[in-house]
Write a protein that binds this ligand. Structure first.
Ligand code: ZN
Length: 285
């Protein structure tokens, strides 16, 4: 059985909300989509030059300190704004080097990327406590690499939706039952494609649908938030946004409307690290 926990909320708050910013810039096009044409790179450039500014301004306006998931490649390419993010007090976590898909990598190849990402973050003074895998993909080795490098938490998996839990390795069998391994010491703060701006908003020919209305997205995000407030206790609402996506004019206004709504319902806007610190386990190992 999965080991889960609740978030100990500050007095008067109804749910923990993390608006996690995956600051991929060009790396998502290069590493995940294999696209290096000037047009795709320009979309990453928009994120780093325009989108991230709008996101930072919005957080400043509502006094929100949150988590940025930044690939090493973004740190090395757009160093100044990454340093600014750190100086503003936001948390930064590991997000690969060039947004690599680890699924088919060997342990050694994946570990080399882990090191390269850590070195880039170190150059802006960050020693991350958390990890978010690029495109939320995991290899069978990812969890043990995170344990080896002493991470406290991960935010890439989907074994729960509104509560943190302890991820377990799975032995995959096709001729008999799958077998869960022991729960990790790492806490998983789960994500969801339903709470991500990229699939509904980014258009990629043959790759992503995009082009959905902001009203539709707002409605879905609000509905999930409302469920967490009305039906759950000590839950967390983990939203994932990308500066190149949420930073578009129509989307940033939608996010502001959502922040205002969540604020009116007692949201505790915080970082993934603070959610980890406030984790209280339900059931013993
Ligand atoms: Zn990403």
């Amino acid at each position: 059985m999965q080991i889960t926990g609740k978030v100990k909320l500050p007095k008067g708050k109804s749910v923990a909300v993390n608006i996690g910013v995956d600051f991929d810039a060009a790396s998502v096009w290069m590493g995940t989509f294999g696209k290096t044409s000037p047009s795709y790179l320009a979309r990453g450039e928009f994120g780093a030059e325009v989108g991230v500014r709008r996101v930072l301004n919005l957080f400043k306006k509502y006094d929100i300190t949150t988590t940025f998931c930044i690939p090493g490649h973004t740190v090395d390419t757009h160093t100044d704004v990454c340093k600014e993010i750190v100086e503003l007090g936001h948390e930064v976590v590991h997000h690969g080097y060039v947004h690599e898909d680890p699924t088919n990598l060997t342990f050694e190849e994946e570990e080399a990327i882990m090191r390269k990402g850590l070195e880039a973050l170190q150059r802006i003074g960050v020693k991350p406590r958390g990890y978010r895998s690029p495109a939320w993909d995991y290899s069978p080795n990812t969890l043990s690499i995170l344990e080896k490098y002493g991470f406290s938490y991960d935010s890439s998996l989907m074994g729960n939706d509104l509560y943190p839990y302890r991820p377990r390795p799975v032995e995959v069998n096709f001729d008999k039952a799958n077998i869960f391994g022991p729960p990790s010491e790492i806490i998983e703060i789960p994500v969801s494609w339903f709470l991500d701006d990229f699939p509904t908003q980014e258009y990629v020919i043959g790759g992503a649908e995009g082009m959905r209305s902001t009203e539709e997205v707002f409605g879905r995000w609000k509905s999930i938030f409302d469920y967490a407030v009305d039906y759950e206790e000590g839950a967390c609402f983990i939203l994932t946004v990308h500066p190149q996506t949420i930073g578009r004019a129509h989307n940033i206004q939608m996010l502001e409307k959502l922040i205002q709504y969540m604020d009116s319902k007692g949201a505790w806007f915080t970082s993934l690290g603070s959610i980890y610190d406030a984790y209280e386990e339900n059931n013993a190992k």
